[in-house]
Write a protein that binds this ligand. Structure first.
Ligand code: TXA
Ligand code: MG
Length: 368
């Protein structure tokens, strides 16, 4: 057990005390320790990316398989050249358009980056976050901070410091509590080692936004389909693991809104008669239609950003309520909706009930 210290830093304007705390946090990283910190997407679990021992510690703290590579976070564009062996023009264009921000690029790694950090790969994932606390910590910590999301493997990424503490207390040296991330879903990952560039994980930076800068961009087909449907594993090693799965069995119901509510209510009554505790994930617009043990709104359909921001918290809340079955509405797969549906489908193990095309039959093929 490690004693985990929690410090609070306000992201607006650092006081002298906060600057001193950030220097201390940076020293912990440089000495091989682990510090969790806020970013604009989710909280990260940071260690020195150039120190193989730090990367091993990160895997141990998360309980994460060590073939799942880490993202290296930088604070200066000039530092990119030291950790990658070549910088294609596309990378500079993307950095110019979206950094600092929620975009991760896959590039060929330089010898400076240990294989412990890249899960044995010759490529490295790099991102420059925009959160002021993250940037300050990276600078104080030596410039290269490896940081996966700060959850234990299999749980939803943490969107507040309390969720980090739930998973990491006693396993890491420090947690910096610095505000709620504004986005709530992990960064978009784009692989620049292939032509055309390919999105391996959808996020706030959408395909449309990337195409405006680069021209054609492809999408890893496993993003919205299960591995069984695609007959191959996702290209980002981490995307193949069952993620974010709540303890209750989650099903996504697709179809016209009124029919979805009617169907879910029917299933809820049936499940409750069988002794299940049932939860429903609805939206501001539909919340009043549902009758279940626990009904929660994930956000408003008029503003998808509210849904992205709350999705992971709601999955953790259903665990706290110990519901055994969960039904969720489905969302559009356009724009930010693609990232929302990607995470929701993974949480549901791709269990979808499609009321339009399947006449209410369940797509159960992927249920393990
Ligand atoms: O928003 C984010 O990206 C957050 C914050 C903390 O920055 N970080 C994050 O890291 O989500 P993590 O480790 O939870 O997810 C990293 C993903 C994994 O799916 C991993 O397999 C993939 O990136 N990845 C990392 N390096 C890669 C590489 N060289 N090639 C392909 N995929 C890679
Ligand atoms: Mg993660």
């Amino acid at each position: 057990m490690t004693e985990t210290e929690v410090i609070k830093i306000s992201p607006e304007h650092f006081t002298e005390r906060e600057k001193a705390e950030l220097r201390r946090a940076g020293r912990i990283l440089r000495e091989g320790g682990l510090v969790a910190f806020p970013t604009e997407t989710v909280y990260g679990l940071g260690g020195d990316a150039l120190n193989p021992c730090s990367s091993r510690k990160i895997y141990a703290a998360k309980g994460r398989p060590s073939d799942n590579p880490l993202i290296v976070h930088i604070a200066e564009i000039a530092d990119l050249g030291k950790i990658v062996s070549e910088i294609p023009g596309a990378a500079l264009k993307l950095a110019d358009a979206f950094w600092p921000g929620p975009l991760t690029m896959i590039l060929p790694k330089s010898d400076l980056v240990p294989r412990e950090t890249t899960g044995g790969l010759d490529t490295v994932a790099v991102r420059m976050p925009s959160h002021p606390v993250a940037l300050a910590l990276i600078r104080e910590g030596g410039g290269y901070v490896a940081a996966p999301s700060a959850n234990t493997s299999g749980k939803p990424s943490p969107t507040c410091a309390a969720f980090v503490a739930e998973d990491m207390d006693g396993r890491i040296d420090m947690i910096i509590d610095g505000d709620m991330p504004g986005i709530g879903l992990e960064s978009t990952i784009v692989d620049l080692t292939v032509d055309p560039p390919q999105i391996l994980r959808p996020g706030y930076i959408t395909r449309e936004m990337l195409e405006r800068v680069l021209g054609e961009v492809s999408v890893d087909e496993t993003i919205l389909h299960s591995a069984t449907e695609c007959a191959r594993a996702p290209k980002a090693p981490g995307m193949k693991y069952r993620h974010y799965a709540p303890a209750g069995e989650l099903s996504i119901v697709r179809g016209e809104s009124g029919k979805v509510a009617e169907y879910i209510n029917l299933r809820v009554s049936k499940d409750r008669a069988e002794g299940e505790k049932v939860g429903v994930i609805g939206t501001e617009e539909t919340l009043s239609c549902y009758r279940a043990d626990v009904v929660k709104s994930v956000g408003s359909r008029r503003d998808e950003e509210t849904i992205a921001r709350r999705l992971y918290a709601i999955l953790r809340e259903f665990d706290d309520e110990q519901v055994t079955r969960i039904y969720s509405e489905s969302f559009s797969e356009e724009g930010l909706g693609q990232a929302i549906m990607n995470r929701l489908l993974k949480a549901a193990g791709h269990h979808v009930i499609d009321l339009d095309t399947m006449g209410g039959e369940e797509n159960d093929s992927n249920r393990k």
